[in-house]
Design a protein around this ligand. Structure first.
Ligand code: UD1
Ligand code: MG
Length: 431
């Protein structure tokens, strides 16, 4: 049995935000949920230490348990908050930092494996710029003796390249004893989790540092660091998408979400954004500058360029959605086409229907939303306004420029526009 305690009570002052730091998103998902996803395969139980007044954090981590650290007295104090939930627990416990969300499952597995050879295992890195990370101090034999926080370190200690990533793992019986022995006589007046290393060493226990790449162990304290982490997450997602059979013509220009699903032989042109909740089936083409969110695109469809797919949309097999077309809660049947300058909201479009340029569903009357139904094989003439609720039957036609306020029976033609009047001699010259 193994437990992970994730520290996330800090407000994250350096983010300058009303939102708790760990709720800031990477690839469309709060950073804490990235960390939880990496930890779940390795730990049987996860306990998150939240701050007071962070209900959104507690909701985001559910069904995992949260405990509250009422006063922010340091990382060591925060870890202690999990103790009431772990009375009598005899397994291993790891402490992770919520602002360290890029750690992979493989690295956490190396950490717990190292813990079976040592009494305390910790993750360390050698960052290009060690900045203000805590430094891992070793003795002449290479044994880890303690971690010194940047604020408390001497010039000599600040020159150490090996930095603390903030993850430790030990038997809970040991860790909880070391945590209760912590003091706060340091520069920041905080109970440092990092001091458990010196406590272990003081008992003559073996401490082992497991090194991993900086790209995984980087902490996020500011929005500048958030952007660096976003770049790392995007790089991983793009690589995974390409390895599973999607072509990204210009990968760096495509923004993916943590849950984006791209099928085989999907081709994504430059400058496409996938917000959360998008599934794209095989052989779909997504052309430049399209934005997709919470939608399903069925096999062989063509989207864009410049298309916007909003939530609850489904584009059927082989359907076409062209430039400057916005879909919201729209279901397009197989082979349907809406190729130019159109808004389709709260609508069902039957198979092979053709939606002319400039078609608008007038779905909102200022108070309520209403539905439009367009039957299979219907032909909606250019610049038709469909005033919902309204139905256009299968194979019906609406004349260009119509304002359709009444249902159109199947197989009929609706013309709903003013008749043209030509006045001879009243052209430019006759004014
Ligand atoms: C910490 C480490 C440092 C390490 C760095 C790696 C300590 C004392 N220092 O510094 O050695 O190099 O992480 O990123 O641990 N938190 C609480 N309650 C508190 C204080 C913090 O829950 O009272 C949480 C924060 O929400 C955050 C995490 O603990 O998720 C780490 O705290 P942070 O203030 O970011 O520590 P660093 O200064 O980055
Ligand atoms: Mg930090």
């Amino acid at each position: 049995m193994r437990v992970a305690i994730i520290l996330a009570a800090g407000q994250g002052t350096r983010m300058k935000s009303a939102m708790p730091k760990v709720m800031h998103k990477l690839a469309g998902r709060p950073m804490i949920n990235h960390l939880i996803a990496a930890a779940e395969p390795v730990f049987d139980r996860i306990i998150v230490v939240a701050g007071p007044g962070m209900p959104e954090l507690e909701r985001a981590v559910a069904p995992h348990a949260s405990v509250i650290q009422a006063e922010r007295l340091g990382t060591g104090h925060a870890a202690r908050m999990a103790a009431p939930l772990l009375e009598g627990f005899a397994g291993d416990a790891a402490v992770l930092y919520g602002d360290n969300p890029l750690i992979t499952t493989a690295t956490l597995e190396r950490l717990v494996a190292a813990r079976s050879d040592a009494d305390l295992a910790l993750l360390a890195m050698r960052p290009g710029d060690p900045a203000k990370y805590g430094r891992v101090v070793q003795d002449a034999t290479g044994a880890v003796t303690r971690i010194v926080e940047w604020a408390d370190a001497s010039e000599e200690e600040r020159a150490i390249g090996l930095c603390n990533a903030g993850v430790v793992c030990a038997a809970w019986t040991d860790l909880s004893r070391w945590l209760s022995g912590l003091g706060n006589a340091n520069r920041q007046g905080e109970y440092y989790l990092t001091d458990v290393v010196a406590a272990a060493h003081g008992e003559g226990r073996r401490v082992q540092a497991v090194e991993a790449p900086e790209a995984e162990l980087r902490g996020i304290n500011s929005r500048v660091e958030l952007a660096t982490a976003e770049a790392e997450v995007q790089a991983r997602l793009r690589e995974a998408a390409m390895l599973s059979g999607a072509t990204l013509v210009q990968p760096a220009s495509v923004t993916l979400s943590w849950d984006t699903k791209l099928g085989r032989d999907v081709v994504v042109d430059p400058n496409v954004v996938f917000a959360p909740g998008v599934t794209v089936e095989d052989e779909v083409a997504i052309r430049a500058f399209s934005h997709l969110e919470q939608c399903v695109v069925r096999r062989g469809a063509i989207i864009g360029p410049y298309a916007r797919l909003r939530p609850a949309t489904e584009v059927g097999e082989g359907a076409h959605v062209g430039n400057f077309v916005e879909l919201k809660a729209a279901h397009l049947g197989a082979g349907a086409k809406a190729n130019h300058l159109t808004y389709l909201g709260d609508v069902t479009v039957g198979a092979a229907a053709n939606i002319g340029a400039g078609t608008i569903t007038c779905n909102y009357d200022g108070v309520n939303k209403h539905r439009t139904e367009i039957g299979a094989g219907a032909f909606i003439g250019s610049d038709t306004a469909l005033v919902a609720p309204v139905r256009v039957g299968a194979r019906a036609i609406t004349a260009a420029g119509s304002v359709v306020t009444e249902d159109v029976p199947e197989d009929s033609l609706a013309i709903a526009r003013g008749r043209q009047v030509n006045k001879p001699g009243r052209g430019v010259k006759g004014k």
